[in-house]
Design a protein around this ligand. Sequence first.
Ligand code: ATP
Length: 239
Amino acid sequence: MIPKNHPRYKSLMVRESLAAAARSGLVSLEGLAAHGRGEAFDYLIGERTTASAAEAERLASRLILSAVRPVFSVNGNCAALAAEEIAVFQKRTGVAVEVNLFHRTEERMQQVADHLAAHGVEVLMGECERLVPLAHDRGLCLPEGIGSADLILVALEDGDRCEALRKMGRVVIAIDLNPLSRTARLATLPIIDELTRALPAITEACGTEMAGDLHTLAASIDNQKFLADALREMRERLA
Ligand code: ATP
């Protein structure tokens, strides 16, 4: 039992719930390690949404509103950490939600989809095809989902799929606390913030931001600026 007045109560509770999710198979053991890397970067950034990340979140909402076929690609960690936030985000934006796993089995795909559905998320399901040129199973996706999306929101994953999606001409928004990761460096728009802070902020901004032309907007984004801002914030905290 973690006492409520423990200074790291929230972080310990999240760890406990992810450990339970790993025991049930929803989260992979490798996903627990990925969470640890995220925690370390969150510590460095001060466990808060920086002004630069808030700007990226507003920009993300404009991109999402401007997209014709936006898809949120959700993995086990995302589902375990933020199923409720994903449901609210989907209701507000109408974004399609597709499950895509690094450690993929049909059973785990169903388990993640069921967990999301239990929290009110409408999950796209169907016959996957290898439409993203990756040898790995993350290349498998739905023709009516990621296969034909003009914008894909990814979170908490590694960089090769992001790179492949960008090469396919897709707009990619990445929520990733690590500004040095390949995902953050290769995304059209990196959001250097924690998933459960970033999603509600994007959802809220969707109520005030305006749509535009997706590709014009995407071309105007300076990805490097957001990475440099995050690294500066971290350096300042370390100094
Ligand atoms: P890359 O190939 O992009 O360099 P990586 O090796 O960092 O990737 P993984 O460890 O698979 O990739 O991905 C997990 C990423 O998600 C890490 O960069 C980590 O910082 C980030 N992350 C983990 N938990 C969270 C979270 N709750 N919110 C936002 N980002 C997170």
